[in-house]
Design a binder for this molecule. Sequence first.
Ligand code: ADP
Ligand code: YYY
Length: 212
Amino acid sequence: MALIITIDGVAASGKSSVARRVAEELRLPFVSSGLLYRAATVLALRESLDLSDGAALLAALEHFSPRLIPDAAGNRVLVGTDDLTGALHTAEVDAHVSQVSQHPPLRRWVREQLRLLPPPFVVEGRDMGSAVFPEAAVKYYLTARPEVRARRRGAERDLSVEQIEWALRERDRQDAAQSAPAEGAVLLDTSDMNLEQVVERILEGVRAWADR
Ligand SMILES: Nc1ncnc2c1ncn2[C@@H]1O[C@H](COP(=O)(O)OP(=O)(O)O)[C@@H](O)[C@H]1O
Ligand SMILES: Nc1ccn([C@H]2C[C@H](O)[C@@H](COP(=O)(O)OP(=O)(O)O)O2)c(=O)n1
């Protein structure tokens, strides 16, 4: 079975940065599942769709067919030849993506897109090790204290750390349904670890799996 490594966790726990570095060390592609939910949100906002209307949101995904490109330097999302990536990480998308991602038809669409990707790869999100790739060989779940996560994200948003912490706690609450750690996932609280320490812990886990 080709190796799939899942790295799930709460917002700003370090999933994308850690997945990118782990994939780099293992010379594997890495996949950021959240970008498809962010792309769905950007499309819905641009089309002024009702974010509570799952059928309309799914129709928009099927019409625009956003494509996730697992670039090693950082995943990209294309709609036709338009690169949506630069519009995905904003406070406005943060504020609406949880509502968009709740709809089961959208989750099924995202799952179908992800399961088309040829293993091996590292994939990060909320439910990669549970709902999407339960067969994955190595599963991790990252957490960190909200104030630590807010400080880390602070460099990426033009909001105060207090505003970011409030928004992260709100998104944790809204995302809770699809964010439970997968069975067998190794839980890592990264609050007091730097990025490379988290990366090394996961690489140790992959080596242990390879030597089993
Ligand atoms: N263990 C860590 N220590 C310090 N900074 C970190 C750590 N993990 C991630 N970061 C930084 O925190 C920010 C958010 O990380 P990111 O990977 O985007 O989180 P997520 O994908 O879980 O939302 C990034 O700037 C990243 O470089
Ligand atoms: N596998 C996933 C990935 C993301 N989501 C939802 C929940 C998140 O609030 C949004 C955005 O996810 P993303 O990983 O890009 O967000 P963060 O990097 O954690 O801030 O999408 C999801 O429901 N399932």
